[in-house]
Write a protein that binds this ligand. Sequence first.
Ligand SMILES: [Zn+2]
Length: 294
Amino acid sequence: MQPLQIVPCRLLSWLYSGLKSPVSTGTRICPTMARPSSSMADFRKFFAKAKHIVIISGAGVSAESGVPTFRGAGGYWRTWQAQDLATPQAFARNPSLVWEFYHYRREVMLSKEPNPGHLAIAECEARLRGQGRRLVVITQNIDELHRKAGTKNLLEIHGSLFKTRCTSCGVVAENYKSPICPALLGKGAPEPEAQDARIPVEKLPRCEEAGCKGLLRPHVVWFGENLDPAILEEVDRELTLCDLCLVVSARGVPVAEFNMETTPATNRFRFHFRGPCGTTLPEALAPRETENVS
Ligand SMILES: [Zn+2]
């Protein structure tokens, strides 16, 4: 299982460098504390008072939904891993192959559902909204399972499998077609022996803006590409305003980590809950009578 709090290195370093340090804000969290609390009751007290909660999610929250990441041991599509195909260079070299990879990932998602972790977050957001409180999810996942679960305040910092961007005019569009274009029907098989479909570039997904017809690409952040500055600005605003952050931050607000295991970063957090996210998150985010008592 992968931890919930996986955050891309560049976002993590940005979080740590861009936000005020716990020392300078003179706060409730000490990065050198010996051990974080694993008391759900204590966490619930912070939670009950929080008005603006940020949840940062990564691959861990989707792992229980069976979403493949094509990274790490055994994580292959044909003979490649994501870092081989999710690059601008790979797309320039062989757009047909990269589209087959993304077509497969889109089709796989048709059979995947949000798990209790996604649902608990979405239900919590709706409940808090009714109380005049705010919950926002910042995710690096491109699978849209948070959206499918009903999360409304969502920042998808790595884009989405179900958005395209035109390489000519730059227009970003939602796209839930299956298959995304006729030429990809039945293509994208993941087995190592599967043949490259070698689809001519004019038969790959094309822009539908009037008079454009440019080649579309997945609207996802590939290796070697920068995160969208407009989204980072929104992330910055949410992290500046929040008074409770699940899962990672260095701003001095209480941070709760939900993880299958402890990590070198665990001791930086105020709370640490060990176990599958589908079990710990519903418990942590369930309604309680003592909520919002401040
Ligand atoms: Zn276009």
